[in-house]
Ligand binder design. Sequence first.
Ligand SMILES: Cc1ncc(COP(=O)(O)O)c(C=O)c1O
Ligand SMILES: [Zn+2]
Length: 424
Amino acid sequence: MNPYLTGFRCSLCGAHYSPDEVTYTCPQDDGNLDAVYDYERMKRTLDPRAIAGRGDRSIWHYAELLPAQPDPSIAGPRTPLTSLGWSPLYRAPALERTLGVRAVWLKDDSRLPSSSFKDRASAMVIARAMHIGVKTICVASTGNAAAALAALCAGSDLQAIIFVPEDTPEGKLAGILIHGARVYTVRGSYNDAVALANAACQTFGWYNRSTGFNPYTREGKKTAGFEIAEQLARADGAADGAASAQPFRAPDVVIVPVGDGNIISGVHKGFAELRALGWIKRMPRFIGVTAALSPSLYRAWQSGVETFETIPSRTIASGIGTDRPCDGVMALRAVRGTGGQFIEATDEEMLDGVREMATRAGVFVEPACAAAYVGLLKGRSMGVIGSDEEVVLQLTGSGFKDVRSALRAAGKPISVESLADIRP
Ligand SMILES: Cc1ncc(COP(=O)(O)O)c(C=O)c1O
Ligand SMILES: [Zn+2]
């Protein structure tokens, strides 16, 4: 257990619990819990230069800022779990030119072991499961969180049990089944899968990894914020031909696709902790991009409230389709608290985004992930992103997991038989 971790605070009533007092949500009101650390003590004892200078480039190089670490004595495929993280952060010059923005960076989490951002969260939950001696981990998922859990449990004595909606894209389903997880396809929506997984965990005593329920997921996800800040500082250093004066630096804007809201609240928390420690000078503004056909969170944003209606999602962007966001309160606070914005993306805009990201930036993403690009496009035309700003797009999932959507966006190949069929 991390000695700096003081416990968990409820996002609704503010009650504070010691680290082992609670497992999932607030016992009083079911509010999402947020891990709290002793930042003053960290400030006095931790050296940001020493942390950023570590040779280990996995998420575990931020060990002092994380609630758990993998247990080396537990059997399993060490490499995927202990080496994941430090996905590339690279510029997209063609997007900078066409959109007239000073700097556009892509934080490419489609390159993580199971090809999505969710590896960060599943790894952290597995580390916690090892610590408390749990052997069976269950998750309700739109596909990526499940694939991450299945992949990271493979070859170990941990068993992954998965609940996904029955319309989960085939690529995601294959990426779960192939690792030997037990998979239940739920005849219903993602939120129905969440409810069934919760009931099964209660009945059978399985450890529940579900997003917005298990507080360790956000702790894994915040590592993306740490990495972006460290990679930007390194890029400054490389540009100056010397080590950067600061080991961490924030951009002006971070754009994140949003379904349940746990990714945006996690990336935000990464920056918020660096700010609390005085390791960055200011917070970036957060732009969250939701699917227009999954409107529950966006309506709460527009109404200025922190409560959510249940509205059936109909978007093709499976990763961000939710009837009711499971971590909506913290997502709203990430955006409102940084002077940011929520933007909606239609299915057509996301499909166009899949094609445009592939043709202009060379990265093949799934529709939910392309929402971040739609946010950049619309944010720019709405005037919420200025021409002199530095923007980071958080990429969350590979296009290879939803090939059917990609083919809708990509157009058709040319069928040929001989040279006579080919135009010069
Ligand atoms: C590819 C992709 N992008 C974005 C998200 C949204 O994350 P969250 O539900 O935490 O908002 C997901 C969640 O499944 C996803 O799979
Ligand atoms: Zn509470």
